[in-house]
Design a protein around this ligand. Structure first.
Ligand code: F6P
Length: 382
């Protein structure tokens, strides 16, 4: 189906991620230069539609945006139009604002809306599409946990920042003969910790998908010490959990996704300090992973997905998300495809048990905190 489009809206929702501005630029430039459409940017995600905060995006307003982190439009990971309280709308308690949102979009006379979001914001987009809103999604999140795509905007930059941090921790850990724990973001998925842990030569990598045993970690540290390497670097995903135990998080609301992860490294620091001879230190890389300029790869990905999203709108492919998909036979370059928004709405994409990076880690003797591992005491750059 090909529709007649004159005016589109765009918003960024959820946590920010490096490359959002590059995506906004790509959408705006393709919409104007290829199709002659006008573009309206909503501020702070879905909140901008509900509270009437929008601004026209022109070729001038997106000039110079490519290397800039954050999002020109602002974002929010608190406003779910299906259940939120907005003081601007006189709310004291949360309520369903989806009808208000649809009416507001009609007032703006938009023919389509492009939502740049993670799994939460894209699930909202899916529900809005089911209510008749012509939506196309673009996947972004440093966590890389959006179903239906193999890569999200922001992930490459987060991995680069985390890898550099692990590189830097090596020299101080070795000098002080310490165990260093570094906590990396990702909520229930361990993609950042897995990629950065491997790239940075961590001695152990703890992921939510592979529950760990404290004994196994103690054993890694002890073996390395016995082998004359009295220091250990451990990359820990914020959602990592002990076997038979729970991840560390704060409940921020009644929905299952309303959890703020963080703190596992402090817990592990205390527990390990009681069990090992070496000093133990922990740190969380936190928002440094999300801030700052995008890598070249994220800029290229954001540009490709942004322009593909405009193509999808032109083709009337609503209810779809643009996505990266590898050739299953590994013969061709990954391609950009569209997948139904129902995919990201199915929940986060976790590291599968047979992922090649997990296999490589095990083969190289990098500990995943599993019992009975064959740990190489000379792994990585340690
Ligand atoms: O979804 C991206 C993410 O960076 C997660 O990895 C992290 O747990 C979360 O956002 C933190 O977000 P905030 O503190 O902004 O709510």
């Amino acid at each position: 189906m090909v529709t007649s489009i004159r005016r589109i809206g765009i918003l960024t929702a959820g946590g920010d991620a490096p490359g959002l501005n590059a995506a906004i630029r790509a959408v705006t430039k393709s919409a104007i230069l290829v199709h002659g459409w006008s573009v309206l940017g909503f501020e702070d995600g879905y909140e901008g539609i509900l509270t009437g905060r929008a601004r026209p995006l022109t070729l001038d307003s997106v000039r110079g945006l490519l290397p800039i982190g954050g999002t020109l439009l602002g974002t929010s990971n608190r406003t779910n139009p299906f259940w939120c309280a907005l003081t601007e709308l006189g709310d004291r308690e949360p309520r369903d604002h989806s009808e208000t949102l649809i009416r507001s979009l009609q007032r703006y006379e938009l023919d389509a809306l492009i939502v740049i979001g993670g799994d939460g914001s894209l699930s909202i987009a899916y529900r809005l599409w089911q209510l008749g809103v012509p939506i196309v999604g673009i996947p972004k999140t440093i966590d890389n946990d959006v179903r239906g795509t193999e890569m999200t905007i922001g992930f490459d930059t987060a991995v680069a920042v985390a890898t550099e941090a692990i590189d830097r921790l090596h020299t101080t850990a070795e000098s002080h003969h310490r165990v260093m724990l570094v906590e990396l973001m990702g909520r229930t998925a361990g993609w950042i910790a897995l990629y950065a842990g491997l790239a940075g030569g961590a001695d152990a990598i703890l992921l939510p998908e592979v529950p760990f045993s404290l004994d196994a970690i103690v054993e890694v540290i002890a073996r390395r010490e016995r082998a004359g390497r009295p220091f250990t670097i451990i990359a820990v995903a914020e959602g990592a959990q002990p076997r038979g135990g729970e991840a560390v998080y704060e409940v921020t609301g009644p929905q299952p996704y309303q959890r703020k992860y963080g703190g596992i490294c402090r817990v592990l620091e205390e527990q390990l300090a009681r069990r090992v001879r070496l000093e133990v230190r922990s740190m969380a890389l936190a928002y440094l992973q999300r801030g700052g300029p995008p890598t070249a790869r994220d800029r290229a990905l954001a540009t490709t997905l942004g322009s593909a999203a405009v193509d999808a709108v032109a083709a009337g492919a609503f209810g779809q998300m643009v996505a990266v998909r590898s050739d299953p036979h590994g013969r061709a370059m990954p391609s950009v495809v569209t997948v139904p928004l129902a995919e990201p709405a199915r929940g986060p994409r976790l590291v599968p048990p047979n992922h090649p990076l997990l296999t490589a880690a095990r083969r190289l003797g990098i500990s995943l905190g599993e019992d009975g591992e064959v740990v190489d005491t000379t792994t990585g750059s340690s």
